[in-house]
Structure formats: C-alpha cells, structure tokens
Design a protein. Sequence first.
Length: 187
Amino acid sequence: MKDFVRKDLSFSLCGLNCALCVMKLDGYCPGCGGGTGNQSCSLARCSLEHGGYEYCFECGEYPCKKYDGATESDSFITHLHQLKDAETARDAGLPAYRAQLEEKAKILEYLLANFNDGRRKTFFCLAVNLLELPDLKAALERAEEETSPEAPLKERALTAVKYFEAAAEQNGVVLKLRKKGGPGRAK
C-alpha cells in the first residue's frame, strides 16, 4: 500500500508474527508495511486514516469490527493467536514481546536448518507460532537428545515432528493451517 511504511517488519500491524511466516521466510512478502510487494490491506488503510498507528492495538477503537472473524481461518501464517499476540505485545510491552518473537525466530531458523527434510517448513512455522517458548524448547531438546547430527535428515525431521506434535496435543493445539470454513484448532 502506497505510503504505508513501518519500522517493525517482524510483527504486523494487526498482530501476525511475520517473522514466523513461510511467505516472509521465502522472500515473497516483505512484511506489513515493508514496501514493494506489500499487499493492499484494509487495516493498513485504516491505520493511515487514523494517524498512522504502528499497531492496531494503539488505536482507541481496537479491536474494531475489522477483526470480526479474523482468527477463524489462516492464510500463509496462522491467525489463531493474532489477537492474543497483539494483546500480549500491548500488555507486556513491545520490547518484551519482540524479545520473545526473536527467540522463537531463532528456534525456527534452527529447526529449518537442522530438522527440515524439505517438507516441514509450514509445520515448524505453525509449531513455533502456536506453542509457548518452554514447550518449544523442551520439544527441541528432546529431538536433539534422540537424534544425532549425523542421522539422516528424514529421521531427524520425523523425530522433531513427533515431539512438537506431542507438545501440541498436550496443549490442545492442532498444527495444521485452517482453511476458510474449516474446523478450529484450539480445544
């Protein structure tokens, strides 16, 4: 969107974790307000019309009717925790939320470099988005303990998936993108 520019391209205006998105990781999306390639967005337009808020939660009308149904389905990235993450960033403060997001991004980067057999990028992006940091760290630690760096990549990937799925199940989370009209993930 023309004239819509933001400093923070890892956490979107509306509360999506762009730093953990397949499209951003693959270089197809610069992130919310990142310039060339940025898609037209009604929330970006709204931000410009309301004085250029960096995050929707800074607006006195947040959450407005534009968020109705926003968390019911996914795009390339999960929307399930969109409002929750925005509220966490608002309540805990942006520095604390950014630190958590950076830590999750490092875990994701590590998973993709060491456990992705070419078929797990979306799965790992979902896991890192939806699981809490202690659960992520514990699942990763178990996967590392059970496999060696010399093990075949497919074996390491399957082991990691097993532990992340177990953590998800324990927390009532399904690690699949939800298509429009599909069933919800959280129980």
